[in-house]
Design a binder for this molecule. Structure first.
Ligand code: ZN
Length: 245
């Protein structure tokens, strides 16, 4: 599989002739434009985990002619911005539901912020998990009550993710959380069976250097923390290789 980083939690994933786009709110390197214009794909699915401006942008409307399906979290349905999209091409998903067509199978999970997380199974059997804004959000300047609520929400949702399998998992490692930035991702990798980990949601922060505690929880799976829009990797099932073109 080929992966390109767009920005924030935005990624393009190519698996053979299928393209999956997640949370493309901005794409400064023009990755999706280039793939779209090249056109060597059979299917193009565009996902948005929730309506926040840093996850969902209206410029993806321009891809509608070749889009197989827009798969949006149901909170997006209530926005004005979505009205410009062709509604027959949109599937809205609430938490804990499934949707499939003759190529991919999608399951949704809850978030601890707005919206949902996606688990996608491809025709090759490969699986992708994209967390959206699901994370153990721990803000030191928050009230004790809010911190406790966020802890509980994360733990409740993690029970649903126990043992989850995915070839690639995209998960926030948000630098703004300071010493807490690894809390959510560490629990996630310890409790799931993901084969690789991609850090996201860390705009304006340098590449993340996983701590020894994280590496041990992750049982040495390959890790990629992209920092520059457009940068890419190939995941060969075992490692992230530098993409050459
Ligand atoms: Zn976000």
């Amino acid at each position: 599989m080929n992966i390109n980083y767009l920005l924030n939690s935005g990624f393009l994933i190519r698996d053979e002739k299928i393209l999956l786009v997640f949370d493309d709110f901005e794409d400064p390197a023009g990755i999706i434009d280039a793939a779209y214009d090249k056109g060597d794909f059979d299917r193009l699915y565009i996902f948005a985990t929730h309506a926040h401006f840093d996850h969902f942008g209206t410029h993806i409307r321009a891809y509608a002619p070749k889009v197989t399906r827009y798969i949006f979290s149901s909170d997006i349905k209530r926005t004005k911005r979505v009205k410009i999209f062709p509604s027959p091409k949109i599937t809205y998903m609430k938490r804990y539901v499934e949707w499939q067509d003759d190529a991919i199978k999608v399951r949704s999970f809850d978030s601890t912020d707005v919206g949902i997380a996606f688990h996608v199974e491809l025709p090759t059997g490969r699986k992708i998990f994209h967390a959206g804004d699901f994370n153990w959000w721990h803000w030191d300047d928050d009230t004790p009550d809010n911190i406790e609520l966020a802890d509980k929400a994360f733990k409740r949702q993690m029970k649903r993710l126990d043992g989850l399998e995915a070839d690639i998992a995209f998960f926030p490692v948000d630098g703004r959380l300071g010493i807490w930035q690894e809390a959510g991702p560490k629990d996630f990798v310890a409790r799931t069976k993901v084969k690789s980990f991609v850090a996201m949601h860390r705009v304006d922060y340098p590449r993340w250097e996983p701590s020894p505690a994280f590496l041990s929880a992750a049982k040495n799976i390959p890790i990629w923390s992209p920092a520059t829009p457009g940068e890419g990797r190939i995941f060969d099932g075992e490692n992230f290789l530098e993409a050459t073109d």
